[in-house]
Design a protein around this ligand. Structure first.
Ligand code: PLP
Length: 451
């Protein structure tokens, strides 16, 4: 029964990113089943999963063809590794399919089991690349404040979250941060287009401060997810690319959230119209059914590693795990066959944008933003004429967490990042289901207003 499970959970399970004192008081919600965009808890309540689990269940819950593919692969060959000149059929097939789906010049993939491992991998890969190019002093990787790139030592260092850096002596040496392209927070007095160029300029300033010949790479998410759905102005990414090219710095696109259709393109860098050198991915590649991640390696780095490289002394027991690759193959088949990426671009993405624009009329909402199937609502004490002249809640008010609590109790899961309420629903969501979700959100905004 639920209470017994909650007691055992509290007694034995140390959860990630969780305040355990608060969890003990309330008891963990036990999720037991999922279908499409819906989850059911152990008390029989049905919830709309507005966050696709952790931004990952792109194909929706209850896909029996993925579980069958996993079962069959487990029966045939549950494990073999890809070290020392061996491979497996699903790993080869998946690498080939990913090369087809990725932007041009991405013919190679390095597999991991998570996004954190993928981002760890790029730290070693770009430094190895510069070693092989005869520029071993190029060690520094530039990232952005408030970014999330994972929880391993390198992933959390690449990330720009103060709360993470404060625990464990991070960032590790050789990783530095610049500001994020957050127009509402930092773009006062500028148009969005001007601000995009201005924010990209922080990269150039940092490169000049460090010395261009010390810098190995820049990493960023096309749309920053866990940082609060920060959608950059259209001028930002092309300017970042221009600066990277000017100083011959590798560009890494972290597509752990944006990859596999979230923004209405297979990869977010395609929407931003830039060609990176490396792409990290995880989550949506299997819709979270089985852990899998990796790095898509563009021709510049791949050719160097292959032709000049010898061993790349890096890898994981589960790099190219055949069961995970079988899950990914079936998941990607579903995304392709059901045209889910096109559906986000042409149908559900625009509908979510219009629906959230409608929610922006609520007295508690300063403004709404969306891109593909991610969207955010900024909660404010008093609305303004522009995004820059709203009156904000003080942080002690924790309005986001209050609102999230109402959502949770009223059948819709949203994430609160500070005062911003976020959704990233499964790509299978229909227009009618977006309307159903919005109705519940409006009700919960009303409840938060009463509080
Ligand atoms: N990069 C981004 C952009 C993420 O959002 C995440 C996870 O949320 C990661 C990396 C880390 O991925 P994982 O949790 O699979 O290690």
């Amino acid at each position: 029964d639920t209470q017994a499970l909650q007691r055992l959970d509290s007694a034995h399970f140390l959860h990630p990113f969780t305040d355990h004192a608060a969890l003990r008081k309330r008891g963990a919600r036990v999720m037991v089943r999922g279908q499409g965009i819906y989850l059911w808890d152990s008390e029989g309540n049905r919830v709309i999963d507005g966050m696709s689990g952790l931004w990952c269940v792109n194909a929706g819950y209850g896909r029996t063809s993925i579980s069958q593919a996993v079962y069959q692969q487990m029966e045939t060959l549950p494990f073999y590794n890809s070290f020392f000149n061996t491979t497996t059929v699903p790993a080869v097939r998946l690498a080939t399919l990913l090369a087809e789906l990725a932007p041009p010049q991405f013919e190679h993939v390095f597999f991991t089991s998570s996004g954190s491992e993928a981002n760890d991998t790029i730290v070693r890969m770009v430094r190895r690349y510069w070693d092989l190019m005869g520029q071993p002093q190029r060690q520094v990787i530039i990232s952005r404040r408030n970014a999330y790139h994972g929880s391993t030592m390198a992933g959390a260092s690449l990330g720009g979250m103060d709360g993470m850096h404060a625990q464990g002596g991070l960032p590790i040496p050789g990783i530095v941060h610049i500001g994020q392209p957050h127009y509402a927070q930092e773009g006062q007095g500028m148009t969005e287009a001007e601000f995009g160029l201005h924010a990209a300029g922080w990269l150039e300033q940092k490169i000049l401060e460090l010395g261009p010949d010390q810098v190995a790479a820049f990493i960023g998410e096309p749309v920053q997810g866990a940082g609060g759905v920060i959608i950059p102005p259209v001028t930002y990414w092309p300017e970042i690319k221009r600066i990277c090219d000017k100083y011959d710095i590798l560009l890494v696109s972290d597509e752990v959230i944006c990859g596999f259709g979230r923004l209405g393109t297979w990869f977010g860098c395609e929407l931003m119209q830039v060609q990176p050198d490396l792409i990290t991915f995880a989550k949506g590649v299997t819709s979270g059914y089985v852990p899998l991640g990796g790095v898509l390696v563009g021709s510049r780095v791949a050719q160097t590693l292959i032709e000049k490289g010898g061993d790349f002394n890096h890898g994981f027991t589960y790099s190219g795990h055949p069961v995970a690759c079988a899950a990914a193959l079936e998941n990607l088949r579903i995304l392709i066959e059901e045209k889910l990426v096109e559906k986000v671009a042409l149908e559900t993405g625009p509908h979510l944008a219009a629906t959230f624009a409608g929610l922006a009329s609520h007295p508690l909402v300063g403004h709404a933003e969306s891109c593909g199937l991610v969207a955010g609502l900024n909660l404010v004490r008093r609305k303004g004429d522009t995004v820059h002249d709203c009156e904000h809640f003080d942080s002690a008010h924790a309005v986001g967490m209050i609102c999230r609590g109402h959502m949770f109790d009223n059948g819709v899961i949203m994430r609160a990042v500070g005062d911003r309420m976020i959704v990233a629903p499964p790509l299978v969501i229909t227009k009618e289901q977006i309307d159903e979700m919005a109705e519940r959100i409006r009700f919960c905004l009303d409840q938060t207003l009463i509080d």
